[in-house]
Design a protein around this ligand. Structure first.
Ligand code: SF4
Length: 363
């Protein structure tokens, strides 16, 4: 139903091996997946499952839960069994929880090598257990918890330090014949993130989990993540993404989905083409665009909807939209593919748009 004005050529993808996180393939040409992380106390199984259900409804494909205590580790079997999407256990400090997560049937385990005490001694055992259960492991390096040895060597969390940490930990698993790995090298600075993942992409073929860590509140975090992921994904680097925001995790999923849609890496569902408004506007464009966005949320077919502030340029500027409105004189001209189909009072714009859309673009 969507008339696209520009060619949507998917970016060429880096060749990576594939790991299976539950039923979600990551790498090896699989579509880039969107993930997020719960903010509930993992041991509160009901609250955690409720949040996972919200994330699933928003389009989240893989969910991670933090496992900082034995109560959390004990909750994992119930969460893994009841979640509709694969659950990844996030383990810092305690190797014993890695075994618990694998036993619990988690779809993957994330370990932060810099934070797991005596991790190196445990690699053989972890690799054996993960192999037995077919559980992939993410080596999740974070700037804030870089191995002190590498911090000393590089002076700070440079791209080189992050990459060296990740590849070192991978090599420990490789020594035990375990290569069911994916990697992340996160930093709060998008430029460091871009450089680190470029280096990593050139030096291994493991699938890469992209992330800008501690990216900040919703607005700043969205921009930082979009910048870093946009560059990397357009270069074909990245197999799964997590947007980190100081905001409810559903927002992370929405932003991640938008990033993939904007890059042509997944089909767009709803696109609102709204004008910025200007001195010619005869309606509150900001408010109208918000109301139209809310009304079309979940529309059954992909659609490009235009919201234009005046009739002078409205339909012409939005000719590539499937449907749209331009306002003026207290009225709204509803147009389909650039042709005006009806004119209604301003109070009826949103409902009429929806009615016409349902009629002209049925599921
Ligand atoms: Fe201005 Fe009209 Fe263009 Fe909106 S559509 S930016 S109101 S000229």
């Amino acid at each position: 139903a969507v008339a696209l004005g520009v060619p949507r050529v998917p970016a060429p993808r880096r060749k990576s091996r594939q790991v299976l996180v539950g039923d979600v393939p990551v790498g090896g040409g699989a579509p880039v997946s969107v993930q997020s992380m719960t903010t509930t106390v993992t041991a509160d199984v009901d609250a955690t499952l409720r949040q996972i259900a919200e994330l699933t409804a928003a389009g989240c494909q893989i969910v991670r839960v933090a496992v900082p205590s034995s109560d959390d580790a004990e909750a994992l079997p119930r969460i893994a069994a009841k979640s509709a999407i694969p659950v990844v256990a996030d383990i810092h400090f305690q190797p014993k929880y890695v075994f618990a997560a694998i036993e619990a049937g988690c779809a993957a385990v994330r370990v932060n090598p810099g934070n797991i005490r005596k991790f190196d001694d445990k690699v053989a055992e972890i690799a054996g257990a993960a192999k037995d259960h077919g559980t992939p492991i993410r080596i999740g390096v974070n700037a804030g918890s870089l191995d002190p040895r590498l911090l000393g060597k590089h002076g700070k969390a440079t791209p080189e330090a992050l990459v060296e940490s990740a590849l070192w930990e991978c090599s420990l698993f490789e020594e035990h014949g375990f290569t069911d790995l994916k990697i992340s090298v996160k930093h709060h600075d998008p430029l460091v993130v871009i450089e680190a993942y470029r280096q990593l992409a050139a030096r291994c073929d493991y699938p890469l989990h992209l992330g800008v860590t501690e990216a900040g509140p919703a607005f700043q975090g969205t921009v930082k993540s979009a910048v870093a992921f946009g560059v990397l994904l357009h270069e074909g680097i990245g197999d799964t993404i997590r947007v980190s925001l100081s905001a409810p995790p559903v927002e992370e999923v929405k932003v991640g989905t938008q990033i993939l849609e904007s890059l042509g890496l997944r089909p767009r569902r709803l696109e609102i083409v709204s004008c910025p408004s200007c001195g010619r506007a005869q309606v509150d464009v900001y408010q109208l665009a918000e109301r139209v966005t809310a009304a079309f949320d979940g529309f059954p077919v992909p659609l490009r909807v235009a919201v234009m502030g005046c009739v002078v340029n409205g339909p012409g500027e939005a000719r590539e939209a499937d449907i749209g409105v331009s306002s003026g004189n207290g009225k709204g001209q509803i147009f389909v593919k650039g042709e005006v189909v009806t004119t209604v009072p301003e109070s009826r714009i949103v409902e009429t748009l929806l009615e016409v859309a349902l009629e002209r673009f049925p599921a």
